[in-house]
Write a protein that binds this ligand. Sequence first.
Ligand SMILES: Nc1nc2c(c(=O)[nH]1)N[C@H]1C(S)=C(S)[C@@H](COP(=O)(O)O)O[C@H]1N2
Ligand SMILES: [Mo]
Length: 414
Amino acid sequence: MTGRDNDRRKFLKLGAAAAGGAMLPGASRGTEADGTPEWTRRMGKGVGSAPYGAPSKFESDVVRRAVPWLTASPESSVSFTPLHALHGIITPNGLAFERHHAGYPDIDPDRHRLMIHGMVDRNLVFTMDDIVRFPSESRIYFVECVANGGMEWRGAQMNGVQFTHGMIMCAEWTGVRLSTLLSEVGVKPGARWILAEGADNAIMNRSVPIEKAFDDALVVYAQNGEMLRPEQGYPLRLLVPGYEGNMNIKWLRRLELGDRPWFTREETARYTDLLPDGKARQFSWLHDAKSVITFPCPERGLKDKGRYEISGLAWTGRGRIDRVDVSADGGVNWRRARLTPPVLSKCLTRFNIDWTWDGGPALLQSRAVDETGYVQPSMAQLRAARGVNSVYHNNSIQTWRVAPSGKAFNVQLT
Ligand SMILES: Nc1nc2c(c(=O)[nH]1)N[C@H]1C(S)=C(S)[C@@H](COP(=O)(O)O)O[C@H]1N2
Ligand SMILES: [Mo]
């Protein structure tokens, strides 16, 4: 019998008692003896009470959260998406994780400009009005900070999926293909790289290979049907699907074309991976396949033993997720999970699998395989290949230990 059946039976029993005239145990002032709740007995709020709608007050703990000790200031910091409380694959705009290097500006779109220059036939400056006149596209892609899971390299640290995996979001982005803008300025022969630069106080910039521009890069102004949020780059952002988060330059103000990368701070002092042999890996843009179980997890444990649906998310920068396997015994036995459509390229993919919990201890894991055949590694495999000096690109298999109490904990298996 599932927990839900259990609840329904209890409810039916209470209902029968109430019909017999007995006061419901624990009935509050707001509930009549016949069980009709107050929200049914009175008219509700009128339209216009919430000109811009907000979630139910009962969902008030579903919020982005930061880790106070992690960063020195809230301006150069990160907040995490509450993955444990989300459904499907789309991240609501108000819950999308934030990663700012110098806070987020409040840009007047009428005064914002995008300049494209360098190895081009015509240097051009675009207003927002210019940009929205180009043919637009809407596509669903994830954005993941490459430091997602960075606190877990040397051992399990954060006891919650919001903090181990919450530097990720997935949205429908609307904008113009970067290649459309490039054909407007005309690319000079020999141009191989594009420097993308933001208008925030960090003036964050990264070198992007020109192939990405002719593949699927977008210059976006909308996210899930509305204009970008200020936190996400309003009014204009670069979107490089499948590449590490920092290359998706927010508050995009400048694109310069050149014949070599710029080797900016963000691709030398930062965003490189120190390997065991002392060499640093540079320009490691692509996110490899990764997955995580979002229920159960430390924030959402189990109640009674019985039937459950394990649910989680998988993604890869290389294209589509091909398969997700789930283990309940720390990787000894694996079962194939259902992928819930849509299964899109460079997008979060929702997986589900039925599981009967016997009430004993369990070690839950998920392992993603992408369309290239790449298999998500265990933490031990990742450490063997990359050492322990890395912060970025931790795509290892996550383990949740389920205790007989039903609580789940972040653990690492050696
Ligand atoms: N201009 C600018 N772009 C930026 C950043 C920034 O600080 N300034 N942060 C980058 C990093 S490190 C990441 S992970 C993503 C985060 O995007 P989000 O805040 O919309 O989640 O934006 C990237 N783009
Ligand atoms: Mo990031």
